[in-house]
Design a protein around this ligand. Structure first.
Ligand code: ZN
Ligand code: ZN
Length: 445
């Protein structure tokens, strides 16, 4: 039964932000395009200068309007642009990407502009699935991922999203921040890790993969009559996490911790540092504890395989360096860092709040992404780590962070789901495992 909150009786079109805050961009039209008045723009390179408000193309120079909307003259019409992927993460890199369907440029003034791809949802998903996972992944993984990517996206478009209000600001002695979908004002989703990786048509693999995405056409996960906000991350580390640990402080009944294997949650829970240490040092037999390099090569894209130690990892950071990162990234001068104290952890062991004790002052930092950002040049893999120190107890030289997993750990664990599919489990089993209590439903044909 479809509840009244589901208005998706036809395949929606969505606005994907490809570039924002750009001062200029060069777009390649790989076919003839038409603007909203029917004016033809021939294939070729178009350089947009947002500062000057000018377009330079094959036919010369013209003025750039506040909104410039183009659609391809035929179904095969494509456009390309240079994009940065993994922005501010350790896997950041540039590549040329190609996109189907509509192109929209916003040039509101102020010398900056936005590039948007208006694309049908199923076509968007074909690329997202191949950007997030390798196209040679097991069929049941591709089906499961298609369903959650579609669900997540439609939940973001829902006028009453589950995600909750934006983060509160600064409290004295405490910084608790997270970002969510509120970050985008002029389009539905961005094309990078912040939302879902959408890297254009170049990632689309083979026909069988497209068939697997198509087999789930219109299907979503639902809970209590609403499309699920189906979050996912790369590797949970053994236990998935509660929605609240990473985002707003409300209960999302299907985004709750589960042991990523056939058993139940560890006892005692991993909120206890000693229990977490045992769990990290003697990892259980869970789905994402995958040492089969051949299987990982199938599950992951090449840029993700540059991160081989995602399940268990260790980082050594000097006390001085941490103090410098706190100054640089949070704007607080705590002096040299004397201790890192876990204040609050979730059931996956991930820290929600961590106290930085400095020579001059102390500061509690949350949530998980902010903690990861402050403890590395870009980001730590996760906030599920135990803390050791070297040097004099009252003035340590180095902090040793020994951790589990890669990402926020909420919802589906991509590595774990891939292993489940490889073991022969079907997408219904995978989805029921990571999103307890949810149902599958088809919104449109
Ligand atoms: Zn985004
Ligand atoms: Zn996992």
């Amino acid at each position: 039964m479809k509840s009244e909150t589901h208005n998706w009786t036809e395949e929606p079109r969505i606005a994907v932000g490809l570039l924002q805050n750009a001062s200029s961009v060069t777009i390649g039209l790989l076919d003839d395009f038409l603007d909203s008045s029917g004016l033809r723009f021939p294939a070729g390179e178009y350089h947009l200068d947002f500062g000057r408000g000018e377009i330079t193309g094959p036919a010369g120079r013209s003025r750039l309007d506040q909104e410039w909307q183009l659609r391809p003259g035929s179904d095969r019409g494509r456009f390309s642009l240079q994009a940065t992927i993994g922005i501010n993460f350790h896997w950041q890199q540039n590549e040329m990407q190609t996109f189907p369907e509509g192109l929209r440029i916003l040039a509101p003034g102020g010398g900056r502009g936005t590039v948007i791809n208006d694309v049908s949802l199923e076509r968007y998903l074909q690329s997202v699935i191949c950007s997030e996972m390798n196209a040679d992944s097991p069929a049941e993984l591709i089906k499961a991922h298609s369903i959650i990517s579609r669900s997540w996206l439609l939940a973001q478009l829902d006028p009453a999203p589950v995600a909750g209000p934006p983060a509160p600001g600064l409290a004295d002695g405490e910084i608790v921040r997270w970002t969510d979908r509120e970050a985008h004002a002029t389009f539905d989703v961005c094309a990078d890790d912040h939302c879902q990786r959408y890297q254009g048509l170049g990632r689309i693999g083979n026909e069988s993969m497209l068939g697997q995405v198509g087999a789930t056409r219109g299907q979503v996960l639902s809970f209590a009559g609403r499309v699920c906000d189906a979050r996912f991350s790369k590797c949970c580390g053994g236990v998935t996490e509660d929605f609240r640990l990473a985002w707003g402080d409300q209960e999302v009944p299907y985004l709750v911790p589960v042991f990523d294997g056939p058993g139940s949650l560890p006892d005692p829970p991993l909120q206890d540092q000693a229990a977490l240490r045992r769990f990290i040092e003697n990892p259980p037999d869970c789905y994402c504890h995958c040492q089969d390099q051949e299987l990982l090569a199938i599950l992951l894209n090449s840029y993700d395989r540059q991160t081989p130690d995602f399940f268990r990892w260790q980082r050594r950071v000097s006390a001085e360096q941490i103090g410098a990162w706190v100054r640089e990234k949070l704007g607080r001068d705590l002096g040299r860092i004397l201790a890192l104290q876990a204040v609050e952890r979730g059931l996956s062991g991930r820290l929600q709040r961590l106290r930085f004790v400095g020579q001059k002052a102390s500061l509690v930092v949350g949530k998980e992404l902010e903690i990861r950002r402050v403890l590395a040049a870009s980001h730590l893999y996760s906030s599920a780590f135990v803390i050791d120190q070297e040097g004099p107890a009252e003035r340590p030289e180095t902090f040793v962070l020994t951790g589990a997993g890669w990402g926020h750990g909420v919802g589906l664990c991509q590595i774990g789901a891939g292993v489940m599919a490889h073991k022969g489990m079907v997408h219904q089993d995978i989805l029921a495992h990571y999103y307890p209590g949810t149902q599958l439903e088809r919104l449109y044909d």
